[in-house]
Design a protein around this ligand. Structure first.
Ligand code: SIN
Length: 540
C-alpha cells in the first residue's frame, strides 16, 4: 500500500480488520496528503437526512460531471456512503453535530441540499486522518500493518516486462545517506501492490495540494503498461488563497455554502451573470467566470509592487458575523489573520488553482483492480468513472473511503493471506538484471537533483500557461512539442534529467489526450480565440 491519505490508510486498516498483513508506505508523514488538508468534508447521503435522497446526490454528481461520468460507477459508489460513515465512526471519527446530536451538514457548490459531513468546522481531513492514525495503533490491528516511513516509489516490479503482472515495488528513502549501496532502497515482493499516491495537480504552477502530488503513482502505472484515462480533466478550485503572489492553500467552497460571494476588484458581484446557481455553480463554471473577470478587470498597474493587490477577485464574507466565521471556519479564519486579513471585515484575495485531477489509472469501480494483474489503485490516483469531467465538491473523500473498503474485501477474496511480506534483501537483487538495478539506483538519486527540480519548475509554468483554466489548440500543440523535445533530449541515461523520462512520457500522453478532445467539456475549456490569453501566464 503506497500512500498515506485516506485511501491508503483505510485500505490497510480494513485489511488488518480482516487479519491480513500489509506494508503501508508513508512517504512524508501522515500529515502530507491531500486527505489531511481537506477542508470541506465528505459528501454523503444518509437515510436520516430527510432533505436528501440517493437520487438527488446522483443527479448532482452527474450534472457537475458534465455528461462524462460513468453512471453505474456513480450509483455504486454513492450508495455506499452510509456504510462508509459507519466504518469511519467505528474508527473514531467525530463529525460536527448540532446541539441535539444530529449531523451539522455543510453546503457546497452544485449540491441540491446540505449533505457534507465535516469535522472541527473546516478541518475535516485532519480530523479523519488523526482518528485513523490512532486506529493504526490499536493492539488488534497494529500487528498486521508494517509501517515504512520516509520511502518513495521508484518503480513497480514486473519480472516479465511492461504489460505483465506487477509483483511488488522498489522504494527508496531519499532522506537517508546510505553507508552501503542499496541501504536506503528496498524491494518488496507482493501479490498485490496498491497505489494510493494521490493525483498530479502539483504539476501546475499554482496549485493547492501538498508538494508530493506530482503523479508519481500514475507515471509508474503508465510505465508498467496500465490503462490511463481522462488526464486532461484537471479541476481548478476557484478560491485558492492568493497571498503575496503565491497560492497559500485553500479557502473552502463551504464559505460560499454559507453565503460567501465573489467580487471583482471594484467590489461588484459577478457570478449571477454566469450561472443560475451563482457562487454555488459547479467549480469549472466558477473558475472560468473568475478567469474572464480577470481579463476584463485586470489589477491596477500601479499596484505591481504589492503582489497581494495584483489579485482581481475576492471572496466577500463581510456580511457574516465574526463570531459565526470563527466558529464555523476556525482554521481558515486563523490562516487569514496570520496573513493580515480579517475576513469579517475584509474580502479575501482568491485565485483559481489546480486542485484535483479527475484522470488517473483506470480501475474497476467494484474492486479497485487496474488493467494490470497484481496492480491496484485507490483514491485520486485512480479513475473510477465517478467524477466525469468535473468532480462534485467533497465527493473525493467519499470515493477514497468507499473504494478502500471494496479493495480490501476484494484482496482478501482474491489472495491467500501470507503471514509476512517478502522484503527482498541485497542478495535477491541478483534476481534482477544489473541494468535494471542500476537504473533504479540512478533514478532514485536523480529524483532530487537540482537539474530535475529546475525541469519540474519549467513543466509547472508551462502547464499553467498552456493547460490552465482555459486552453487553446495552439497552446497545447506548443506544449506537446516542448515535451517531445525534452523527452528526446533526456533519453541518454547519463543526462542529468534522465529520471524525468517517464514523466515526459506521461506529459506527452496528457497533452495528446487533451488534443483529441474535440470540444470544451467540464474542466477542459477551449478558448474561443486561438490566441493564448496574456493573463494565463500569471496567477489570475
Ligand atoms: C473545499 O473545501 O472547497 C474542497 C473540497 C473538495 O475539494 O471537495
Amino acid at each position: 500500500m503506497i500512500g498515506s491519505g485516506l485511501a491508503g490508510v483505510l485500505t490497510a486498516l480494513e485489511l488488518a480488520t480482516l487479519k491480513v498483513p500489509c506494508v503501508l508506505v508513508v512517504q512524508e508523514g501522515f500529515h502530507v496528503s491531500s486527505s489531511y488538508y481537506a477542508q470541506g468534508g465528505i459528501a454523503a447521503f444518509l437515510p436520516e437526512n430527510t432533505q436528501d435522497s440517493l437520487d438527488s446526490h446522483i443527479e448532482d454528481t452527474l450534472s457537475a460531471g458534465a455528461g462524462h461520468c460513468d453512471a453505474q460507477a456513480v450509483r455504486a459508489i454513492l450508495e455506499d456512503a452510509s456504510s462508509l460513515v459507519a466504518t469511519l465512526n467505528a474508527y473514531g471519527v467525530v463529525w460536527d453535530t448540532h446541539p441535539d446530536g444530529t449531523y451539522a451538514y455543510g453546503q457546497e457548490g452544485s449540491h441540491a441540499c446540505r449533505r457534507i459531513l465535516h469535522v472541527a468546522g473546516d478541518a475535516t481531513g485532519k480530523g479523519i486522518m488523526d482518528a485513523l492514525k490512532i486506529a493504526l495503533e490499536r493492539p488488534d490491528l497494529k500487528p498486521y500493518i508494517t509501517l515504512l516511513e520516509g520511502y518513495h516509489l521508484v518503480s513497480l516490479i514486473q519480472p516479465d516486462g511492461k504489460g505483465t503482472p506487477v509483483r511488488g515495488a522498489v522504494l527508496v528513502n531519499p532522506h537517508t545517506k546510505p553507508h552501503a549501496e542499496n541501504e536506503n532502497m528496498c524491494l518488496y515482493e507482493a501479490d498485490a501492490t496498491v497505489l494510493a499516491t494521490g493525483g498530479y495537480a502539483r504539476l501546475w504552477q499554482y496549485a493547492t495540494p501538498p508538494a508530493c502530488n506530482l503523479g508519481e503513482g500514475i507515471v509508474s502505472a503508465y510505465e508498467a503498461g496500465a490503462e490511463i484515462k481522462d488526464l486532461p480533466f484537471v479541476q481548478f478550485h476557484p478560491t485558492a488563497f492568493a497571498y503575496q503572489g503565491q497560492v497559500k492553500g485553500l479557502i473552502s467552497e463551504a464559505l460560499r455554502g454559507e453565503g460567501g460571494r465573489l467580487v471583482n476588484a471594484q467590489g461588484e458581484y459577478f457570478m449571477t451573470q454566469y450561472h443560475p446557481l451563482a457562487d454555488l455553480a459547479p467549480r469549472d463554471v466558477v473558475s472560468r467566470a473568475i478567469f474572464e473577470t480577470c481579463q476584463h478587470t485586470p489589477p491596477a498597474p500601479q499596484c505591481e509592487e504589492d503582489m497581494t493587490s495584483r489579485v482581481s477577485v475576492f471572496l466577500d464574507m463581510t456580511h457574516l458575523s465574526e463570531a459565526f466565521l470563527k466558529q464555523r471556519f476556525p482554521s481558515i479564519y486563523q490562516k487569514c489573520i496570520q496573513a493580515g486579513i480579517d475576513m469579517a471585515t475584509t474580502p479575501i484575495p482568491v485565485t483559481p488553482a489546480a486542485h484535483y485531477t479527475m484522470g488517473g489509472v483506470w480501475t474497476d469501480y467494484r474492486t479497485g483492480a487496474t488493467s494490470i494483474e497484481g496492480l491496484y489503485a485507490v483514491g485520486e490516483v485512480a479513475y473510477t468513472g465517478l467524477h466525469g469531467a468535473n468532480r462534485l465538491a467533497s465527493n473525493s473523500l467519499l470515493e477514497c473511503g468507499v473504494m478502500a473498503r471494496r479493495l480490501a474485501k476484494h484482496l482478501v477474496a482474491q489472495y491467500e493471506p501470507k503471514q509476512t511480506l517478502n522484503l527482498l534483501k541485497a542478495q535477491v537483487f541478483d534476481a534482477f538484471s544489473p541494468a535494471c538495478y542500476a537504473s533504479w539506483q540512478a533514478r532514485a538519486k536523480m529524483r532530487r537533483c537540482e537539474a530535475t527540480q529546475q525541469s519540474l519548475s519549467t513543466i509547472q509554468k508551462l502547464l499553467w500557461q498552456y493547460m490552465g483554466v482555459v486552453r487553446t489548440q495552439k497552446g497545447m500543440q506548443t506544449l506537446l512539442e516542448y515535451f517531445e523535445e525534452a523527452h528526446a533530449e533526456t533519453a541518454l541515461p547519463t543526462h542529468p534529467c534522465h529520471a524525468l523520462q517517464s514523466m515526459y512520457d506521461f506529459l506527452i500522453l496528457l497533452v495528446r489526450q487533451a488534443l483529441m478532445l474535440p470540444q470544451s467539456q467540464g474542466a477542459h475549456t477551449l478558448h474561443t480565440s486561438e490566441e493564448v490569453p496574456v493573463v494565463a501566464s500569471r496567477m489570475y
